[in-house]
Design a protein around this ligand. Structure first.
Ligand SMILES: Nc1ncnc2c1ncn2[C@@H]1O[C@H](COP(=O)(O)OP(=O)(O)O)[C@@H](O)[C@H]1O
Ligand SMILES: [Mg+2]
Length: 481
């Protein structure tokens, strides 16, 4: 008998119990198989295993090697039994002495989504390019780690996923966008072939906050809304080593809310105490009052936390346009501190941080860097149950604090060639089949491995096209005509 699926065919012998081309499972959990080279089975392939009794199970190949020149040998996991009624029971699977093995068709693969109402279609499987690959939207209630080297297509792919979340869920998101990549999320990409979906996303309540924009879209923080330790971190003050200045800050804080930023330094100097003069000099030297970010004394200025408090569908924080590097850290501090302070409200929000090493680095040790990192570590450890879910993207996993990565249940991995980084990921995300991880160095741009709770089984995916406009596409070299 020849088992056929569209575009893919593998030859299974007349009697599958004899000859080389068959699968066997001794424990009902894993299977081993041999198959013809033309079967094109590869790590990640979904397969139907049909045993002698005609019972059908869905499986996934995780490892393949070539032997005897023209025969594939491999192994995989059984994902569950397919009932006649057309459901997948992932809690039951059984051993078999011999089974036919063939590429699974789209309908059988879809059974993996169970009764998920709107699986998020993000592209197609590498092993079957005509079958849509999906993420489970209800599993974004976990932290997600996204990595791949620069240019692997992380930001583009992240955009594809965020668009689907916007389209199918009402989960609000805040996006820390250091390269202005998401500032055109409101503009449909009408050339993408899905004009209705593109327009629906563009019609969502999406706020783009940037430094220098006119109100209400300016990206502003009120200094007095930061906690005292965060204010001290901005001024690089230590509570004991800089006792007198710190104490001056404690008192200053009470009057600061009513002061315009240009009056703070004169106001301190007027006090004529040593500590106040020292604090004034510190503020001047750090040029803190020049920062564009401060909302100043006026109470009618809308700050970033005010905007997020109203829970737009998406709030994009364009962090690229600041003159001082610490300003984006202050935005992060203000937002994360506010979300954490209100955690008991349990209002879910997806906190998306692109280039997460900027905010979570284990190497940066300025007081502000430490404060932001500690806050993210805290949200990673305890935020989940309060609805504070992180989605962190980076090119260098080793530069993100390990205690943050270890709290992530979902993994998206794009092309990455660094063996050290891959080893680290293999250790942290032990549930990802090694052979699938090992494919990462040969990924092309836009290809990704998804594993963890947000996929029913680890998936090798070729990402689909964006539905809205990309903000920061690569600039091309100008050519002479
Ligand atoms: N799946 C894709 N389809 C089309 N273009 C892509 C795709 N992925 C990435 N690109 C393009 O490649 C460039 C780099 O991608 P980007 O997502 O910014 O990479 P990264 O964030 O990993 O550095 C961008 O100009 C982007 O438009
Ligand atoms: Mg990027």
């Amino acid at each position: 008998m020849n088992a056929m699926t569209k575009g893919r065919m593998m030859t299974v012998p007349e009697n599958p119990t004899v000859g080389e081309y068959r699968a066997v499972s001794l424990d009902g959990r894993r299977f081993q198989f041999t198959a013809a080279l033309e079967s094109a089975l590869e790590s990640g392939s979904f397969v139907i295993l049909r045993s002698e009794t005609e019972a059908v199970q869905l499986g996934q190949v995780d490892d393949v090697s070539i032997s005897h020149g023209d025969t594939l040998r491999g192994a995989g996991r059984i994902l569950g039994a397919v009932s006649e009624g057309g459901t997948l029971d992932s809690r039951h699977s059984f051993p078999f002495a011999a089974a036919e093995i063939e590429h699974a068709d789209a309908k059988t693969i879809e059974l993996m989504h169970g009764n998920t109402v709107n699986p998020l279609v993000i592209g197609s499987y590498l092993s079957s390019e005509h079958i849509p690959a999906c993420l489970l939207p209800n599993r974004f209630n976990r932290h997600t780690f996204w990595c791949g080297q620069s240019g692997s297509g992380k930001t583009y792919a992240l955009g594809v996923v965020l668009e689907q979340i916007l389209l199918h869920t009402s989960l609000p998101m805040v996006i820390f966008d250091p390269n202005a990549d998401f500032v055109r999320l409101r503009e449909p990409n009408l050339g993408g072939g899905q004009p209705a979906a593109s327009s629906s996303i563009a019609a969502r309540d999406i706020r783009i906050l940037r430094p220098g924009s006119a109100d209400p879209d300016s990206l502003r923080v009120r200094f007095t809304e930061l906690s005292l330790p965060s204010q001290a971190a901005v001024l690089r003050l230590h509570s004991l080593e800089d006792r007198a200045e710190y104490n001056e800050l404690v008192h200053l804080e009470q009057s600061l809310g009513t002061l315009a930023s240009e009056l703070i330094v004169p106001n301190l100097r007027e006090r004529e105490t040593t500590a106040a003069t020292a604090l004034a000099a510190r503020i001047e030297n750090l040029q803190v009052t020049d920062w564009e970010i401060w909302a100043g004394g006026a109470s009618n200025v809308i700050t970033v936390t005010d905007v997020i408090e109203s829970r737009p569908d998406a709030t994009v924080l364009d962090l690229g346009g600041f003159s001082y590097p610490d300003e984006s850290l202050v935005v992060a501090m203000a937002v994360l501190e506010d979300l954490w302070a209100k955690r008991e409200q349990r209002r879910p929000i997806l906190i998306v941080i692109d280039e997460a090493h900027n905010l979570c680095s284990s190497e940066q040790n300025s007081p502000l860097n430490v404060a932001v990192r500690e806050r993210i570590i805290q949200i990673a450890a305890e935020g989940r149950k309060f609805g504070l879910w992180l989605l962190l993207s980076t090119q260098r996993p080793s530069r993100v604090h390990p205690s943050i990565i270890s709290q992530c249940d979902n993994l998206a991995l794009m092309k990455m060639t660094s063996p050290a980084d891959l080893d680290e990921l293999a250790t942290i995300f032990g549930f990802v089949p090694a052979a699938m991880l090992a494919r990462s160095p040969s990924f092309r741009q836009g290809e990704a491995l998804f594993a963890g709770g947000f996929v029913p089984a680890p998936a090798l995916v070729s990402m689909g096209a964006r539905l809205t406009q990309e903000g920061g596409a690569d600039v091309s070299v100008p050519m002479r005509s």
